[in-house]
Design a protein around this ligand. Structure first.
Ligand SMILES: [Zn+2]
Length: 392
């Protein structure tokens, strides 16, 4: 891998600095070695002088193997490992081509996410860098239960420990009910305080954190009180919940595409009234509550929840719900890196960080729809153009 100097029409570096015209980013051995304004001599040039260049996108909440638009997400998770791996290979290639260079996986069966992460790292398949959870911890009668459930403090500990032994980066626990499972209530807690505490303790003790699927109600409050690092979805969080999240520095991870994109839940389960009633309700609630969450100043980042390739949609939705374009770009980059605790490595274009960047035809700060036109993706200094050709 040779050094390359990238001429950027406009550079948005994710640090909070104003965009810079005609900047030059130099990369070598997968890392950024310089950010300046002149092309260094003797270095291969990559001319993106007509494009908007920004850090690669960080999808903070996804699932590799499932496609919500095909319906019955839990049924998809119950397939064998080979169909899961094949589907994930296709899904992750698409995510990368659309600009996602890092993705946090929030629960898979058969530990396929371990093999996917390692396969991508080894160059066997193409996809975003993965942070993985292994199996999501779900109660027997809870949302997110696929092949296994974990009930009682000891069982939750065992599940967390097995995930961590196999190499999970974080622990995922499904605390409240969900939208895509017919029998669960998004505000009811499936877990007791003690069970949630066990998951948090096991994660904390090995230097990582627990992430809680929680829409709202007592389950969300318990998860925040017991010290999870991120609240996933969180659309029903009330003012007191949000105040506590701010106090405890808990991140809110928004996932709008799964509810709002036509290829989300609606695409697959649009004919199931028990799910669609909850969906319509969730859409209304998100539109009502998110502007209030935004005004509170709670820290947030975003994810697609397995609507593969939909980070541009997620960012456009943020803007539609009142986020400034600059903050939408930060939510999809640096803030995501902070929420996932990897900001030392990715999330901004600064010397020493991984050479993860994307080039866009157009200016998303003027029109967020430009995010639909990602024309080059670089991950670890290797470029991918979305054509399926070999990377270089
Ligand atoms: Zn999810």
């Amino acid at each position: 891998m040779t050094a390359r100097a990238i001429r950027c029409g406009t550079l948005f570096d994710g640090t909070g600095a104003a965009p810079v015209r005609n900047a030059v980013v130099t990369v070598d051995h997968g890392r950024i070695t310089a950010v300046g304004s002149t092309m260094p001599p003797g270095v291969e040039a990559l001319d993106l002088g007509d494009r908007f260049v920004m850090p690669g996108l960080i999808d903070c909440h996804s699932h590799a193997s499932i496609v919500p638009g095909q319906g019955d997400q839990l049924g998809q998770l119950c397939r064998g490992p080979v169909p899961q791996a094949l589907a994930a290979t296709r899904n992750l290639r698409h995510d990368l081509a659309r600009g996602t260079t890092t993705m946090r996986i929030m629960g898979e069966e058969h530990f396929v996410d371990v093999d996917l992460r390692d396969g991508i790292e080894a160059g066997v398949i193409t996809g975003p860098r993965l942070l993985i959870a292994g199996r999501g911890l779900a109660a027997n009668n809870g949302h997110g239960r696929a092949l296994a459930s974990y009930d009682g403090v000891d069982d939750v500990r065992r599940g967390a420990r097995e995930n961590l032994r196999r190499g999970a980066n974080h622990v995922k626990i499904f605390v409240t009910g969900g939208v895509s499972s017919p029998g669960t209530t998004p505000t009811a807690s499936a877990y007791t305080r003690e069970e949630i505490r066990a998951a948090v303790e096991e994660a904390d003790r090995v230097g990582t954190y627990a992430a809680a699927h929680a829409h709202g109600g007592p389950g969300l409050r318990l998860a925040v009180q017991e010290g999870v690092g991120t609240i996933e979805h969180g659309a029903l969080a009330d003012d007191e919940d949000i105040a506590l999240m701010i106090e405890r520095r808990v991140w809110l991870i928004t996932t709008f595409a799964i509810f709002m994109h036509p290829d989300g839940i609606e695409g697959g389960d649009g004919q199931r009234p028990a799910i669609m009633d909850k969906m319509r309700w969730a859409r209304r609630v998100v539109a009502e509550n998110f502007p209030r969450h935004l005004a509170s100043g709670v820290r947030f980042a975003c994810g697609t929840d397995a609507v593969h390739g939909a980070m541009p949609f997620e960012m456009q939705t943020l803007v539609r719900l009142g986020v400034t374009p600059q903050h939408a770009l930060l939510a999809a980059t640096r803030w995501g890196a902070e929420a996932c605790r990897i900001v030392k490595d990715v999330g901004t274009l600064e010397v020493g960080k991984r050479a993860d960047l994307i080039a866009i035809d157009g200016d998303p700060l003027k029109d967020m729809a430009a995010m639909e036109r990602v024309s080059l993706v670089m991950k670890d200094g290797v470029t991918h153009d979305g054509s399926g050709r070999e990377p270089r």
